[in-house]
Ligand binder design. Structure first.
Ligand code: AMP
Ligand code: FE
Ligand code: FE
Ligand code: ZN
Length: 295
């Protein structure tokens, strides 16, 4: 929908189903994100932090207060045919014990990886201390952006981007990989928690052929609207999803100020997509799913 308001074109309504907060590598608290979404006229959102659901309850509370629908969300790092992929979980029970324990395990891995990255940096002569990193991330999902921030704050690089280009990107000397969900484990955990599993920003990680193979392996939806997807890729993904009766999701993947362009409000999917996710819990995807548990 687009409405004329005060002479400027304002997009209103719809949902942003891909947002990161300070609970992982974003810079805004969940409440602030929900307020910004409400200010942009969005009707629904999902907070999809990396490997944690600790911000979901706060987002829901803010959503209730501001009259905006909030569905539970998370972004899992997973592996498919040797490629890192990101899977968005939606509509699950955020208190599910098996989900919480799997996420805790991967957050532990993230913390240990941060230690290894710091050790590599030190060996390269970069005097970063672990305390400079972990005090900022607290018990939250620690990622390379936290290391990039610490390097910048310590004056060891001149920009956030330089930290990635010089040290943290794959192939750079301080890069350390970490273990990730297998597709099967992600499937099992999300089924158990009563949610759906959507492939995030598909073409960023997979070829078109591998996207099709992943669909055959069993996935409940495709993220078709994302700032880094081209219009032709979006069309391909929307066609693939609709041909299989699956929802095409999307959002801004906003990480907040200091993390690249703040696109919150500029990328939306119809509210109907949220209804389709809700309707699909426990029934779409591979067809071998248990009937959905209602949180
Ligand atoms: P991690 O999950 O710790 O591997 O860190 C991945 C996160 O770092 C992504 O979700 C992005 O938010 C961010 N990121 C990855 N690559 C870059 C890059 N080249 N420049 C800036 N941010 C990046
Ligand atoms: Fe991120
Ligand atoms: Fe991602
Ligand atoms: Zn993301």
């Amino acid at each position: 929908m687009a409405h004329q308001r005060g002479g400027t074109l304002n997009r209103t309504g719809g949902a942003d189903l891909h947002l990161h907060s300070t609970h992982s590598d974003g810079t805004l608290e969940p409440t602030r994100l929900v307020e910004l979404c409400a200010g942009q006229g969005l009707e629904a959102l999902s907070l999809t932090d990396h490997d944690t659901v600790s911000g979901v309850e706060e987002a829901r509370e803010a959503g209730r207060r501001l009259g905006i629908r909030v569905i539970s969300g998370v972004e899992l790092s997973a592996e498919f045919r040797g490629h890192e992929i990101h899977l968005l979980g939606y509509g699950f029970d955020p208190r599910d014990p098996a989900l919480l324990s799997a996420l805790e395990r991967y957050r532990g891995e993230r913390a240990r990886r941060a230690e290894r990255i710091v050790a590599r940096l030190n060996a390269l002569g970069v005097p970063l201390k672990l305390e400079q990193v972990s005090t900022m991330a607290g018990a939250r999902a620690l990622g390379r952006p936290h290391l990039a921030d610490a390097l910048l704050r310590g004056g060891m690089v001149s920009s956030f981007q330089e930290a990635f280009e010089k040290y943290l990107n794959p192939g750079r000397p301080a890069f350390v990989s970490r273990s990730r969900f297998s597709l099967e484990e992600a499937r099992e955990v999300m089924d158990g928690a009563g949610g759906v599993l959507v492939l995030a920003h598909p073409h960023l990680n997979l070829s078109s052929a591998n996207i099709r193979l992943l669909l055959e392996a069993g996935i409940d939806g495709l993220e078709a609207v994302h700032p880094l997807l081209k219009p032709s890729q979006r069309r391909e993904l929307e066609t693939l999803a609709s041909g299989r009766g699956l929802p095409a999701t999307g959002g801004s993947d906003c990480h907040g100020p200091g993390r690249g362009p703040v696109r919150l409000g500029s990328l939306r999917v119809p509210l109907e997509t949220v209804d389709r996710i809700d309707a699909g819990r426990g029934s779409i995807g591979s067809g071998a799913r248990a009937s959905g548990r209602q949180p």
